[in-house]
Design a protein around this ligand. Structure first.
Ligand SMILES: Nc1nc2c(ncn2[C@@H]2O[C@H](COP(=O)(O)OP(=O)(O)OP(=O)(O)O)[C@@H](O)[C@H]2O)c(=O)[nH]1
Ligand SMILES: [Mg+2]
Length: 326
């Protein structure tokens, strides 16, 4: 099956020229699982790589309904109008293809941002289910957006499963949004996530929820004190905002800028990006080795035999794995 696609050189020129339609096509190419696409995808990425890397990459997570899309809409508008920034929004959707409705939801809840012609680019969630695959393509999509001139890349993920770890591993700043309300039980937020965040923002700090939001802010600030300092020396602040009323958004952005200045001064910014690039390589190697392993017919046949033998107790998992790997 052949699908119409621009040649590599046209894709590269279009991306570098900031053409958003071509950018969208290039992202589709790198997201493609079709074997024929992997070589042109790699060629496009190699060509744009020298022009990538210069954005602020911000990860944003939180439970469904916390207000991620509304927050991103408000932050995006603020950046475009007050900071003269160009903003790209990507999402990592760990959910199954069955819940693909989020595309429409996000488009409608970022409607103000979606209306901007040139300064914003919103890429709907890929709906494939495999997190690893989607996450590794999101890294590539970030590079493409940067090459297209977007100085800010916001990566949204709903706070379930491994997706936070994936997004944390590809961004410079990781933001957790939480709902107003008592923080006594930390809203069931897993300790592991608290340890990854660079800031926490209590959303919906408006109307009747304002006092609750303030209370949550204080609770979380106290709770964060109990965690050891991050290796980069940054102490994650807890803020409140109302995306609906546009309050507190500028302060969140100031914190993101301060964080960058601080970690850059400490030499930690480049270190974080280097670690991430290496982790990405290792992830791709792991995935590639597994694909190669599983696609070898002789290995697949022997795997089925050895699986039976291990189940039947005729051999140990250790020796079966050893034979297969050899
Ligand atoms: N009062 C108030 N409501 C808000 C605010 N931000 C978002 N909401 C409301 O909260 C609901 C959920 O907002 P979304 O932005 O869709 O939340 P989300 O986290 O993107 O949700 P999912 O995409 O389903 O994970 C909507 O009804 C919003 O109108 C806010 O600042 N104040
Ligand atoms: Mg959303």
């Amino acid at each position: 099956m052949s699908r119409p696609r621009l040649p590599v050189a046209r894709l590269v020129d279009g991306v570098l020229g900031g053409n958003r339609a071509v950018l969208a096509q290039a992202i589709t190419l790198v997201e493609s699982q079709h074997p024929d696409d992997s070589e042109p995808a790699a060629a496009v990425l190699d060509a744009i790589l020298p022009h990538a890397g210069r954005s602020r990459r911000v990860g944003i997570t939180g439970v469904p309904g916390v207000g991620k899309s509304t927050f991103i809409d408000a932050l995006g508008l603020y950046l475009v109008h007050e900071r003269n920034e160009q903003v790209a929004v990507l999402s990592v959707d760990p959910s199954s293809p069955l819940s693909g409705g989020s595309i429409l939801g996000d488009k409608t809840r970022m409607e103000r941002l979606a209306l901007l012609d040139t300064q914003a680019f919103i890429r709907p969630s890929p709906t494939r289910g495999v997190l690893g695959g989607v996450a590794s393509r999101t890294r590539e999509a970030i590079l493409l957006c940067e090459a297209a001139g977007f100085g800010t890349v916001l990566v949204e993920t709903v706070g379930v499963g491994q997706s936070e770890t994936a997004v944390r591993s590809m961004t410079d700043f990781f933001l957790l949004l939480i709902l107003p309300g008592a923080g006594d039980d930390l809203q069931g937020i897993k300790r592991g996530i608290i340890e990854m965040v660079d800031a926490i923002v209590v959303t919906k700090a408006d109307g009747a929820m304002q006092p609750l939001a303030e209370r949550a802010r204080a609770d979380y600030a106290a709770a964060l004190h109990l965690f050891p300092d991050a290796e980069d020396g940054w102490a994650p602040p807890v803020l409140t905002c109302s995306a609906l009323e546009g309050r507190g958004i500028d302060r969140v952005w100031d914190v993101i800028v301060e964080h960058r200045q601080q970690v850059e001064a400490a030499g930690q910014f480049a270190a974080r990006r280097r670690r991430q690039a290496l982790a990405w390589l290792h992830e791709l190697l792991r995935a590639g080795l597994e694909t190669a392993f599983r696609s070898d017919p002789a290995t697949a046949a022997r795997l089925a035999e050895l699986e039976r033998a291990v189940e039947a107790g005729e051999t140990t998992a250790t020796s079966a794995a050893r034979e297969l790997l050899e």
